[in-house]
Design a protein around this ligand. Structure first.
Ligand SMILES: [Zn+2]
Length: 195
């Protein structure tokens, strides 16, 4: 049986997954640190932008759970106009804008009149990209830290690795890729000239 090893190209795969093809930059030199952090049941600590804990032996993000709770418990009425949110488009719009579909339409119409619509859409897109990066980060860190022998492939399948992986090193690489992407998006967001 062929022994699959964790190689630099796999790190690059993770990086490309995060950054998309357009921004793929490879060849970043990584130092090999010896620092390992171990956490036990009930510990709470911060990694990246997330707060983590270990519950019943499984590492998980606290913010992720909070976010899921917020998504699930959509209020009955729109916080802006007080109308009961029962239309098909209310739910996806509430998720994104925290108001009902009619309120979103009205808000966007006002922006168009003021000529601020394009800047608003640009901001929304960047915000969405940041959300995707956040999700990707916790997904990859989850995969790295949940298993000693698994790795996420490009199509999202967790591959089994015979030799195991260097968790500390891979976590570092993922964080680095994530931060690069985040900086890039934030730069786009703050680029006033392009607005
Ligand atoms: Zn409303």
């Amino acid at each position: 049986m062929l022994k699959k090893e964790f190689k630099k190209k796999d790190v690059n795969r993770a990086r490309n997954l995060l950054m998309g093809n357009s921004n793929a930059s490879t060849g970043i030199q990584i130092g090999y640190g010896k620092k390992t952090e171990d956490y036990k049941e009930g510990d709470v600590w911060t990694e990246g932008r997330k707060t983590w804990t270990i519950k019943k032996g499984i590492k998980q993000t606290i913010s992720k759970l909070d976010k899921i709770k917020k998504e699930v418990f959509m209020p009955l009425c729109c916080p802006k106009c007080g109308t009961v949110m029962k239309k098909r488009l209310d739910k996806p719009n509430y998720k994104l804008h925290k108001k009902c579909f009619d309120c979103v339409i009205e808000f966007e119409h006002k922006l168009k009149i003021k000529g601020e619509y394009d800047a608003y859409i640009k901001k929304l897109k960047a915000k969405n990209s940041l959300d995707i990066v956040d999700e990707m980060e916790s997904y990859l860190l989850d995969a790295i830290n949940t298993s000693n022998s698994g790795f996420v492939s490009e199509d999202g399948v967790i591959e089994k690795w015979v030799g195991g992986i260097d968790k500390v090193e891979l976590t570092k690489q993922v964080k680095e890729a994530v931060n690069t992407r985040r900086t890039h998006i934030e730069k786009t967001l703050n680029d006033k000239e392009g607005a």
